[in-house]
Design a binder for this molecule. Structure first.
Ligand code: PMP
Length: 376
């Protein structure tokens, strides 16, 4: 892959030297230090401050760039990948981790092989290919089925490790603790610093994070941020905001890991305890319907000018619920995971939304001629 980089630089008339290749990639420089945004609409709806970490501002466009980079650097630390030598990264993904791995991996000189369920959005699959990943698409079957994308990815990784004479690395974001560590060492501390400044009192006392809430896919974000926040303040309130019908909500409230419904949200709604979740207990769990997710996405758009993806809608709807419970003095923080354009074929399509019994926002609903665009 680095040969491609050298060739392209030379095609532009440059000379690519060894020292050029050993400097930090722009991807590495751009990951993290994302803005913390006070959400005007969600704060009004909750009756307290609702803040969100703008993780869509990472270079691959999602909250998963931090763990993607952290897992690659961990693989180099542990000797599975060697900088400057050929290497293959294999991963199963709902899309975003794969995009981070593909962008960072290629820039660092590795090939990236991604296994993904065909039900994931076309936009993410297109982006993965453009980012240079090789894609293996499998039917969307439950985790218990041996043909689930997670198991296919693990088998591909095994086959590559046993057959190919190159370095290889199965990222395994679910059980790889470099995922959680990325959020414990960067996202969590950034949130605390940003709230300290944003909510500093008149007499100079730093602002305090009252609560953090988010949905879980691998669990890396919620468990990692919770680890950092709890280490600084054992009283901080940590809440899971699960899509309606997903298994973890029932696990944390009733002790039974059982999914009873489905959601159009992607990348969240886990039905097992991953390695990153072991030892973690939230203080509360909330279940968020897709209708409330849509409402939160509409509030984000019409009150704050943010067009976000499905899991961001679940997170913001959840943060509003948490805020209402905690009262007017709370500073509730959540995550804006990625942008809505990554789900355009679903979120921006009135026909798709109606086909899953969701009401399109009035300004894109062609049948709703009376309302028109949001400024009317
Ligand atoms: N939102 C989106 C869009 C995601 O892709 C993911 C990860 N699959 C998450 C949220 C959940 O993040 P985590 O894996 O850290 O729990």
């Amino acid at each position: 892959m680095l040969r491609v980089c050298v060739r392209q630089v030379r095609a532009m008339g440059g000379t690519m030297s060894v020292s050029g290749l050993s400097s930090l990639t722009a991807f590495e420089q751009a990951v993290g230090q994302t803005p913390l945004l006070r959400l005007r609409g969600a704060s009004e709806a909750a009756g307290c401050n609702v803040y969100a970490k703008a993780e869509y501002a990472n270079p691959g466009g999602s909250v998963k760039d931090r763990p993607a980079l952290s897992m690659i650097l961990g693989a180099e630390r542990d000797g599975h990948l060697v900088r400057g030598e050929e290497g293959v990264i294999v991963e199963g993904t709902a899309g975003n981790t794969g995009i981070g791995l593909a962008l960072a991996g290629r820039a660092l000189g590795y090939k990236v092989l991604i296994c993904i369920a065909s039900s994931q959005s076309q936009e993410k699959k297109d982006m993965l290919r453009w980012a240079g990943a090789e894609l293996v698409e499998v039917p969307p079957v439950p985790y218990a089925d041996p043909n689930n994308y997670v198991h296919v990815a693990a088998r591909l990784a095994d086959a590559i490790a046993n057959k190919l004479p190159v370095n290889s690395f199965y990222a395994n974001q679910w059980d790889n603790l470099d995922n959680r560590a990325a959020h414990a060492s960067t996202t969590g501390p950034e949130i605390m610093r940003q709230i300290a400044d944003a909510e500093r009192s008149r007499d100079g006392e730093p602002g305090v994070v009252t609560a953090f809430s988010a949905a879980m896919g691998t669990g890396g974000t919620l468990t990692g941020v919770a680890e950092a926040l709890r280490a600084a303040n054992p009283h901080v309130h940590i809440a899971l905001t699960d899509p309606h019908g997903a298994g973890l909500y029932r696990y944390y409230t009733e002790g039974e890991l059982k999914a009873v419904g489905s959601s159009i949200s992607e990348g969240i709604g886990q039905n097992r305890i991953t390695g990153n979740m072991v030892g973690f207990e939230p203080d509360a769990a909330h279940e968020i319907s897709d209708a409330d997710m849509m409402l939160a996405l509409e509030i984000l758009q019409s009150c704050d000018g943010l067009a976000m993806g499905t899991s961001s809608g679940i997170n913001v709807a959840g943060a509003i619920q948490v805020g209402r419970e905690l009262g007017p003095d709370a500073n509730v923080v959540t995550i804006l995971c990625d942008v809505g354009a990554r789900y355009a074929g679903k979120l921006y399509s009135p026909n798709f939304l109606r086909s899953v019994s969701l009401t399109p926002p009035p300004w894109i609903d062609e049948d709703d001629a009376g309302l028109g665009p949001p400024w009317s």
